[in-house]
Design a protein around this ligand. Sequence first.
Ligand code: ATP
Length: 331
Amino acid sequence: MNKVTLLKGDGIGPEIIASVQKIFKYLDVPVVFEEQLLGRDALQATGQLLPAKTMDSIRENKVVLKAPYQTEVATGFRSVNVSLRQIFNLFANIRPIKTLVPGISHHEDIDIVILRENTEDLYIGKENVIVENEEVEAIKRITRTASTKIIEYAFAYAKTHNRKKITCVHKANILKESDGLFLKVFKETALKYPNIIVNDLIVDNAAMQLVMNPNQFDIMVMPNLYGDILSDLASGLVGGLGLAPSANIGTEFALFEACHGCAPDIAGKGIANPTAIILSACMMLDHLDLKQQSEQIKKAVYTALSTEGLTLDLGGKLDTKQFTKKIITCL
Ligand code: ATP
């Protein structure tokens, strides 16, 4: 039996995690979830945002399924989502952007993997107030070590997944030192992999190209913030955030979560699309070498998405529970 730390999240988190649990139970998937607290609930119960018990559980199990936790805008505590990635050195954020079934996507045959550096950049959260209310600086940290890790990961990923091309996204025309270093590491690394086609694009151009001609992209590798923004944009090309899974991978630990946030606008209504977290759970099953169960669930999700009866975000009328039931009937 595989033990996995389960973090149920805020907002729509518990609603979409329930879908995964129902599907796993129906299929008798050999995974035991060890539920732990994080964020606001943890603070109330234990006085800590990141309780020692939760950290110990992750250290022991090494694999986490996590729903999104709320991060307040312009106030409040630091994002616990970001903290976990940094504490467990989950340096690679893998975000597949794929046309799941024809009709839902705005484009056909999209199959892009966005590889987002996950531990540094503006996400180190260092902001200096120079003059209160008047002048603030934010520090963007780019290191050779972290850049090399994600870029080497991109080339290794291309080899193991039979992908042909890697595009590096940056803003090195303006950020000549920081993004310049990221691009330099990319170009140096590319020399070791002559069979892989490489190019680089400035992030604003990459955003436009993604909208106009997404099929030109295969793997895209980029620093943290551009990865956040472009993966939300790219998810919009294939049906929206409700369909976009992700994996956060390090050398020792792995954490699987949907690309979306906790969607406070629809929380508690029972209408969230559970697809992104279910597909993230499938990425987790692949990681645990439970490929047969992963394939079976993915096939059922694609079938459910290709027939009448979808969730609200996809123009349908089904709520989370009804859509989960539909997936289970497709298993
Ligand atoms: P974060 O910065 O924490 O990633 P965000 O600001 O990007 O969060 P989300 O919580 O991801 O915001 O929500 C963005 C929009 O997408 C909201 O309108 C939300 O309702 C919608 N959304 C997100 N996830 C889902 C889902 N699973 N099903 C349906 N709609 C969703």
